[in-house]
Design a protein around this ligand. Structure first.
Ligand code: GDP
Ligand code: MN
Length: 378
């Protein structure tokens, strides 16, 4: 279970890790009020579960409450790497003097937690690893002994950290490990961990992944409340179908996670952008196909539809029946490409052909075809 930045920061506060002061909001008006209370300048931060929000335009500095509201109007509702922004965190902007990186995660091979510290914070750790690997320090924690202060001191010496920072930085390490154990995390990351005006250290960002097998009771209800704002996701949840909203214009229906993933890749490879994907799962019948179509087509961003079915337990004739029936009921107005293969393929194809739909036999051909037809239609 992955937490939003504001949720991770709430857990940081509980173990005494200082964070920039702030509050979460879901509307531009709330942002205005919070910015006023905090006093500008403030930073408006999109709350999505993907990294690199800054580069994607999801983090903006505002010098007045009115400007904060303007930024919020843009950021709320935007999509970052396919994830819609439903909430923003408004924080009091801090002057940053220096940025570090600190994380604790589980090293599966060593079967123990590993601490990663870098004197070059603010950028992705993967980037530092390639451009300046010497800036990264790594060491393991014995789960029985816990994180020992001499380990932290050694690490900070290696990183040539100034003596005056030893104490406050070690304090951060120890508290972060406390958060890691107390909240059953698989990963906690602070990037950047910043020295701000006056030499104080604070966590400017948080990434927090809690082990799905042992989510502590106190954070059990925190999971993705935002997701339910999306009407298609709500419908899918009700029908127990796997639906994920993306950023492009081609709706994708398939059966089985693996097939759906490779369908997404193929569409992208052919130059298209998936708008969403829906996995009807194994053994789907005509009724489920109908529900799947209703959900995907109710997404206004969908400008074309690619249905990719590999019949195993799922029977192609059932899928075809659902498709034909729904087509007459709803009227599908966007270009559609169907690829059907496997169990009862001949029967399925016959049903489609009788209804004027020419199915393709190959998914790569299908992907190229839907991309082409959407382009032509525009
Ligand atoms: P990310 O892009 O998703 O990792 O989001 P972050 O919360 O890490 O913010 C991105 C960058 O914005 C940080 O690395 C900082 O350089 C900058 N930033 C965020 N908050 C502040 C702030 O209060 N003051 C300053 N000066 N920079 C900030
Ligand atoms: Mn960050």
């Amino acid at each position: 279970m992955r937490l939003q930045e504001y949720q991770g920061k709430e857990l940081f506060k509980r173990v005494g890790i200082p964070v920039s002061e702030g509050q979460v909001a879901a509307s531009p008006h709330e942002v205005l009020v919070i910015a006023h209370e905090l006093g500008p300048p403030v930073v408006i931060k999109a709350q999505v579960l993907v990294g690199g929000r800054g580069k994607a335009g999801g983090i903006k500095l505002a010098n007045s409450p009115a400007e904060a509201r303007q930024h919020a109007e843009k950021i709320l509702g935007m999509s970052i790497k396919g994830e819609r922004v439903h909430k923003v965190l408004v924080t009091r902007a801090v002057e940053i003097e220096r940025e570090f990186y600190l994380s604790i995660t589980v090293d599966r091979r060593a079967k123990r937690p590993v601490v990663i510290f870098s004197s070059e914070g603010g950028m992705e750790i993967e980037e530092v690893a390639t451009t300046n690997p010497n800036a990264i320090i790594k060491f393991h924690i014995d789960p029985l002994l816990g994180l020992q202060s001499f380990q932290v001191r050694d690490a900070l010496y290696c990183a040539a950290i100034d003596g005056s920072l030893m104490r406050p930085l070690s304090d951060f390490f120890i508290k972060l490990y406390q958060a890691f154990t107390q909240f059953k995390a698989n990963l906690v990351e602070i990037n950047p961990l910043a020295i701000v005006d006056g030499g104080k250290l604070i966590a400017v960002d948080s990434k927090f992944i809690v082990d799905d097998e042992e989510v502590p009771a106190e954070i059990a209800g925190w999971e993705n409340e935002e997701l339910t704002d999306n009407p298609q996701e709500q419908m899918a949840k009700k029908d127990e179908l796997q639906y994920v909203k993306l950023d492009g214009e081609i709706g994708i229906i398939g059966n089985g996670a693996g097939l759906v993933m490779s369908t997404l890749d193929l569409v992208a490879l052919k130059g298209g952008k998936p708008a969403n994907f829906l996995d009807i799962g194994g053994g789907a019948n005509a009724e489920q196909m109908k529900k799947a179509l209703q959900i995907v087509l109710s997404d206004p961003q969908v400008k074309g539809l690619f249905i990719n079915i590999f019949g195993g337990i799922t029977r192609c004739d059932e899928v075809a029946k659902g498709l034909v029936a729904t087509r007459h009921e709803l009227g599908i107005r966007v270009p559609m490409v169907v690829r059907l293969t496997g169990t009862n393929e001949a029967e399925g194809k016959e049903i489609l052909t009788e209804d004027g739909i020419a199915p393709v036999g190959d998914m790569e051909v299908g992907a190229a075809e839907i991309v082409r037809r959407v382009r032509v239609a525009q």
